[in-house]
Design a protein around this ligand. Sequence first.
Ligand code: HEM
Length: 170
Amino acid sequence: MLYKAAGCAARRPYPFINTYVGRKLSLNIAPDGLFPNPNSPVKVLTDRFADMGFTIRELMALIGAHSTGKQCFQSSASVNASFDSTVDVWDVRFYSETQSASAAPGTFRLNSDVNFSHNATNQQDYNRYGSPLLRRHEKMSLLGIDKNILTDCTELLLLSINLKNLAVSH
Ligand code: HEM
């Protein structure tokens, strides 16, 4: 999550995600089967995030993180393929490219993302991506932890870096 927050900071003028450190290591082994599976139906995935306290709208905002993601383990035929055509930039292109009829050249689409982009239950929220993004990332980074026992290290993150030359124009 620190990586994500730092990445977001680097993509200013996007605002910072508040970033907290000091989480205690869990002594328990996580139960099996709780990690979201990209081949699960939309309802299973939205229910899983609801269990963690996230609304469908929040989940639709959070999966925008796939804008900067690549896959290694879903398809051995396209290892390192990104989820959108501008993987170096945390933008909203992921949403439209995932929703379009065919994948952008060189990209790979997770079944779950494609299903979200066409599912009637979350369609409205999918299409409103973006606005609650940062608060939702802070919420996910703190999941189950009281932020008052952590140290806010947001100010240590990188200041603006000009990444304009990395952006791909279309
Ligand atoms: C329905 C929920 C989700 C599912 C099913 C899902 C599934 C996946 C899968 C299968 C990958 C590719 C792993 C690989 O093959 O290497 C991936 C990558 C990634 N996911 Fe998700 N994800 C979900 C939600 C999220 C959320 C909420 C975030 C963050 C807020 C997130 C952030 C990422 C990132 C950053 C990557 C790229 C990792 C990399 O490039 O190495 N995902 N996700």
